[in-house]
Ligand binder design. Structure first.
Ligand code: GLA
Length: 399
């Protein structure tokens, strides 16, 4: 009888795709096997975000098709935090009257909920941080049903300086320990959560982040919705490819597609660059006013497939000529994505840009598809040239 129940439980867990844990050698599904996809409140709503904004966003992720395109995490960034109660338990503030109810709502839509805190006494927006309450906070998040934590250094930088003035190595040790502390606290809850580091790429975080639990780590300071900042961040990822892979990703920050005054070509370049970088695709726009042009960029299935490719290889720059850069990303099935960017101020129609297949590791002619145009190009070789608009890109998948 007992064995029967155990077996039934295991079969049910298996049918539901849950970790079984009971069978020898059974593996828990990897957290962030492909770069996480979702939406975060900061880039558009910043400190004004409310419970209603999160519910509206959840509704719209479903009705626009974004959820089904892969954007499943709905992440509340800074400014949800209230005070602690007498036992030290963190409370949400008046903008978020009932976190558990909000979480249930988000989950009822087939989505997952993310939250934000800091290892310091205060977050970057000067709300309550987790210092000294790591286990309590992780357990509170688990009780609420949180699936993703962005942990932002903020005021912990001050703690590091105070405890180890002028000693960079000791400060780095403190930072690693702070991230590891929350990592252990999350593990203790038993609830799988994506663990997202935000410490702006300091101390070569890509080297040590995974060893203290990072599923993703910010590689730079904050993005903003302008082409110069976005492209500077994107281009500065050259050389980081070797640190990324299933379960652990470089994070050049959340998407600004659809924000500010980015043009269509600029939004296309942004989306292409992030997909090539196997970056987390965390949209940051206001879904209540999303234009069809933006929806089409965010939901291009072939571009998302490049980002989410199961090989989990980040691209690197293979060729640069002034403002023109070609990046290559290995894909499953022996394919490669090649992105030809024009970061310059003028279109390249006069001359055209060659493919530079040799630099991308390809010797002969290749079959190519122009991804954004949705068009097969047949066989092309090194002699093939294309125009690329100002701040624009041509994205090919070749084999
Ligand atoms: C930092 C982070 C941002 C955002 C804000 C919130 O600046 O880098 O992404 O989370 O804090 O205060």
């Amino acid at each position: 009888m007992r064995i029967g129940w155990l077996k039934a439980g295991w079969l049910l867990a298996f049918a539901l795709g849950m970790p079984t844990g009971t069978k020898a050698g059974a593996q828990k599904p990897m957290v962030a096997a492909t770069p996480p996809m979702g939406w975060n409140s900061w880039n558009f709503f910043a400190g004004k975000v409310t419970d209603k904004d999160i519910r509206d966003t959840a509704d719209l992720l479903v009705s626009t098709g974004m959820r089904d395109a892969g954007y499943v995490y709905v992440n509340i960034d800074d400014t949800w935090e209230g005070k602690r109660d007498a036992e030290g338990l963190i409370q949400s503030n008046e903008k978020f009257p009932d976190m558990k109810a909000l979480s249930d709502y988000v989950h009822s839509k087939g989505l997952k909920l993310g939250i934000y805190s800091s290892p310091g006494p205060q977050t970057c927006a000067r709300f309550e941080g987790s210092l000294g309450h790591e286990e309590q906070d992780a357990q509170t998040y688990a009780d609420w049903g949180i699936d993703y934590l962005k942990y932002d250094l903020c005021s912990y930088g001050g703690v590091m300086r105070q405890q180890a003035l002028d000693d960079a190595a000791a400060q780095n040790k403190l930072m690693r320990e702070a991230y590891e502390k929350m990592h252990q606290a999350i593990l203790k809850t038993g609830r799988p959560m994506v663990y997202s580091f935000c410490q702006y790429g300091d101390d070569s975080v890509w080297d040590w982040g995974p060893s203290v639990g990072a599923n993703l780590w910010r590689t730079t300071g904050d993005i903003s919705a302008n082409f110069d900042r976005m492209s500077l961040i994107g281009r500065s990822q050259a050389g980081l490819a070797k640190f990324a892979g299933p379960g652990h990703w470089n994070d050049p920050d959340m998407l600004e597609v659809g924000n500010g005054k980015l043009t269509r070509d600029e939004n296309t370049t942004h989306m292409t660059l992030w997909a090539m970088l196997a970056a987390p695709l965390i949209a940051g726009n206001n879904l209540t006013a999303m234009k069809p042009e933006i929806a089409a960029i965010l939901m291009n299935k072939d571009v998302i497939a490049i980002d989410q490719d199961a090989l989990g290889k980040q691209s690197d720059r293979v060729y640069a000529e002034g403002p023109v850069e070609i990046w290559a990303k290995p894909l499953t099935g022996g394919r490669k994505a090649l992105a030809i960017f024009n970061f310059g101020e003028t279109a390249t129609e006069m001359r055209g840009i060659g493919l530079h297949l040799k630099e991308a590791g390809l010797t002969a002619q290749v079959s190519a598809r122009d991804v954004w145009a949705g068009r097969d190009l047949g066989k092309i070789g090194d002699g093939w040239k294309t125009a690329v608009p100002r701040h624009g890109v041509v994205l090919l998948v070749v084999k």
